[in-house]
Ligand binder design. Structure first.
Ligand SMILES: [Zn+2]
Length: 324
């Protein structure tokens, strides 16, 4: 099948889960009850993806809060700070490295197994990358940023191996921090080498919203099979870079602007796909949104994905397939 469809990973949490998470954090709900609701929300988001007609599904990250803090909470060597203000009015708890970073045991593997057990379609496993984990943490233990990033890379490599052993055919390691610190792109390449070493599953990295001018084409050296990139929010200016420095890897192309509440029309998505197809061979393209959908409402997320899937079916037919 050409132009397989998927998503970057996160989906909005349903209202009952948001309420449950805040009750749990105030000590007003037992962990087992929260876990039950997380599983319920995971099943619902898998059914939604099936109904929309996506080809490669995700678990929706219903059990995660912040993408760095979630993994830090599950690794030895981190404590979690009080609330820290980041860009705008977003507050989050920042991981602080205070001892050697080690994996206590599998972090997401049970969730992967559970999610995969609910569907016949392939489930993509998604982790936060070592460079981003390092960049979004304070370090009170390691002598340098490189030392912390390398320790994280070893821990994440263990998780990747366990996910592969559990049957994951697609493993995505998100590195959104890479595009905002171009001076450290070499380090990002080195740590991903550790993460993907010896892995046979398709490896993917997601990078979004940054100074692509400063990291392209160097970022192509990040050792993964597929780059999952935000394209629509920056009006496909990546295409000029692709023309200038062609590459042979696969791309998961962001054809939905997740920063916009407006639901793209099918025509808009078709136009974006046609622009892309002029530059990248069809057999190397996967289709998805620019970034995680968790900042949209569930309805917006569903309707945007419907436009995407409908547009892909049209393009498949045009290219000689049966649209399936
Ligand atoms: Zn993103």
């Amino acid at each position: 099948m050409i132009l397989p469809t998927t998503t970057v990973g996160s989906f909005p949490k349903p209202e009952y889960l948001r309420v449950a998470r805040s009750k749990f954090s105030r000590g007003e709900m037992p962990g087992e009850e929260l876990h039950r609701l997380e599983r319920k929300a995971t099943e619902e988001i898998i059914r939604m993806q099936e109904e929309v007609g996506l080809d490669i599904l995700v678990d929706g990250e219903m059990y995660r809060g912040d993408m760095a803090t979630y993994f830090a909470e599950n690794l030895d060597g981190f404590r979690i700070s009080g609330l820290v203000r980041s860009y705008g009015n977003r507050y989050y708890r920042k991981p602080v490295a205070i001892a050697p970073i080690k994996r206590r045991g599998p972090i997401t593997v049970d969730w992967f197994r559970y999610a995969q057990s609910l569907t016949q379609l392939p489930m993509k496993a998604i982790l936060t990358g070592p460079y981003t984990m390092m960049d979004w943490s304070f370090d009170e233990y390691y002598p340098s940023r490189e030392h912390l990033a390398m320790a994280l890379a070893e821990a994440i490599h263990e998780e990747v191996k366990d996910l592969e052993a559990a049957g994951a055919k697609y493993i995505q390691v998100d590195e959104p921090a890479v595009s905002v610190r171009p001076e450290e792109i070499d380090l990002a390449v080195r740590v991903m080498k550790v993460v993907t070493d010896g892995i046979q599953a398709k490896t993917i990295t997601h990078i979004c919203y940054g100074s692509f001018d400063d990291i392209y084409p160097k970022m192509l050296e990040i050792p993964v099979d597929q780059f999952d990139l935000e394209l629509s929010n920056s009006d496909f200016d990546m295409l000029d870079r692709f023309r200038k420095y062609p590459f042979s890897k696969e791309i998961a192309a962001g054809v939905l602007d997740v920063h916009s509440h407006a639901v793209e029309s099918v025509k808009t998505v078709e136009t974006r796909l046609r622009r892309l197809l002029k530059v990248i061979p069809v057999e190397r393209i996967t289709v998805d949104p620019d970034c995680g959908l968790k900042t949209r409402t569930t309805e917006e997320a569903r309707d945007k994905l419907k436009s995407m899937v409908t547009a892909v079916k049209t393009i498949r037919k045009e290219l000689g397939g049966n649209g399936k």
